[in-house]
Design a protein around this ligand. Sequence first.
Ligand code: FAE
Length: 534
Amino acid sequence: MRPLSRRRLLGLLAVNTASALGLGTIATPSAAAASRRDFSPAVVVGTGYGAAVTALRLGQAGIPTVMLEMGRLWDTPGDDGRVFCDMLNPDRRAMWLATRTQMPLSSFLWLDIDRRIERFTGVLDCVHHGDISVYVGRGVGGGSLVNGAMAVTPKRATFAEAFPDVDSDGMYRTYFPRAAAMLGVNHIDPAWFETCESYRYARVSRAHAHNAGLTTTFVPSVYDFARMRREEAGEVPRSALAAEVIYGNNHGKRSLDKTYLADALGTGCVSIRTLHHVRAIEQDADGTYVLTVDELDLDGTRVATRQLGARYLFLGAGSLGSTELLLRARDTGALPGLSPLIGRDWGPNGNVMVGRANRPRDRTGTVQSGMPALGIDAWDDPRHPVFAEVAPMPAGVELWVSLYLAVTRNPERGLLTYDAGSDRVRLHWLSGQAQPSVDQAKALFDRLNAANGTEYRSDLFGDTRVFETRLTYHPLGGAVLGKATDAYGRVRGQRRLYVTDGSLVPGNIGVNPFLTITALAERNIERILAEDLR
Ligand code: FAE
């Protein structure tokens, strides 16, 4: 077969997009670009958690809505018959416009484990900002495509502290349960957990935690545990059990394209434009928002730029993406009335990664589920609050390593600013600001090591450090609820402009954040539909 031309590929992508997701229009980006400016009553930027909730509820209310997503739709198998690549054999599908993978765990025995790849619009982006790198998902579904599927409800006191203006009763009674039901959250069968091979690594960590007098808890998930069980039994192709996580899952994950976004498209009022990167927002004299949008090909090359008008504009581009759009609009004078609080209260959710070297008898297993199912819950420790997910190291061979991604309680906050010279946003976060997180994690893991005669691994993060704080999976803040926005995500200083994603969360929420982001978006759009869009 002849190799596909770029034009053919774009055409096939457009057809696939339309057929797979039931879009009414089939159009390549360049064909769509023929009209220089079009209009939609509502536009949602991004297709992650907050965006997906918002689009569904707008669609159900009968409001024509266009979603703009800079990544691609992940529905087309590559030459190997798979949509996504796995972590052990990464290729161009792995990373967003990068020529090398950027594994969070970058070395083993100090040997570099990253690989050269072809530059492509892959699914995982690692955005570098000085002392910290921020991992985000790119594609229809945003972070849901690459994340570990852990759907954790925050402790009520922590939620109430983060959101003093929000009625916690309503959140815990209505919106957290609604979000969990819509996302397809399910729970592991505890009996299977005790006997399966896939979670041997989690059982080892649990025993060690209990030896140290610590409490563990099962973690709800949006990965289908019943299917995972069949994966281990050899009845279905493996995904979670085949080292698939951060570069996407070919099966089993209830990512947003299978839940909220599918439902949104099903309303017939919502469409998604993929490979559409929103660059700037301004406003016409009649109040219409005007978005400048770059259309990309699969190599990330800009193929067209056009404008889209919107009466109601919802920003769901994630903490970095939405804050960048707001800062650019404010500081270039396009939307000069925006709040000076935009860009503030950013945090990495206190993320710390750490590995422990187990003793030979504590095998963690050659088959490890990529979806964590257990956490060490020391959040209520007044001096060293930590919630540590027990993370996999699915290498296919025995490593005797226990790995953790800890969420700590770090009061430090970063700042996002707009740099006019480069037309880019800068995140100001210094490595020293992670020290409270390191102190808290160290107290917990020192205790684990002392109780179990184990040691830290110092070979996993490129140098000899044992606590990795130069990265985060959980960027939060930048347009915080009740500060840069009102109590429902309406951006202060503008009408009909809303934020609906992780930007609303002030830097640290004590657990993995997507359930909180989803539940808040449910709460906010309900009010906005009732009051602003009647
Ligand atoms: P997000 O999901 O990031 O979606 C934003 C979307 O907007 C993306 O699709 C972007 O491509 C798109 N976008 C950005 N800028 C633009 C633009 N200018 N124009 C057009 N499109 C744009 O937003 N959280 C958990 O709760 N549990 C976990 O197990 C978990 N594991 C994680 C593992 C990894 C490797 C990573 C990276 C994250 C993980 N997270 C986890 C975090 C979680 O995925 C994240 O908090 C949410 O995805 C954030 O949701 P947002 O709605 O804020």
